[in-house]
Design a protein around this ligand. Structure first.
Ligand SMILES: NC(=O)c1ccc[n+]([C@@H]2O[C@H](COP(=O)([O-])OP(=O)(O)OC[C@H]3O[C@@H](n4cnc5c(N)ncnc54)[C@H](OP(=O)(O)O)[C@@H]3O)[C@@H](O)[C@H]2O)c1
Length: 84
């Protein structure tokens, strides 16, 4: 599956690492500068992505950020996801 993960802390990082190890195509984002995000993504076996990009062309999105951060996301961030 193609999977986007928002957040690379203990929760998002573990998800990314394990799902990538299982052969899924994983991209991740966090709040870091591109170089640091790329380093983290590589460590997890994932690809780095911006917040708008991490939800594009994926089958599944995991949100692994503190709840208060959700209110800061663009209102239409998940609009491109297939309806369920
Ligand atoms: N850890 C646990 O054992 C545990 C248990 C139960 C529930 N939870 C819940 O699960 C969620 C994630 O937990 P966690 O421990 O992994 O959290 P965390 O250590 O706080 O990591 C949060 C991640 O979200 C990223 N982030 C924050 N704001 C963002 C934004 N605006 N855009 C993109 N990325 C953003 C952070 O980026 P940076 O890396 O750049 O800071 C970090 O990678 C939280 O809601 C927590 O309450 C956690």
């Amino acid at each position: 599956m193609k999977i986007g993960i928002i957040g690379t802390g203990p929760v998002g990082g573990s998800l990314a690492k394990n799902l990538a190890a299982l052969g899924h195509q994983v991209k991740v984002t966090n709040t870091r500068q591109p170089t640091e995000l790329a380093r983290k993504a590589q460590e997890l076996g994932a690809s780095p992505a911006t917040l708008p990009d991490v939800v594009q062309d994926v089958d599944l999105v995991f949100i692994a950020v503190p709840f208060k951060v959700l209110a800061e996301f663009p209102k239409d961030l998940f609009r491109s996801l297939p309806p369920r």
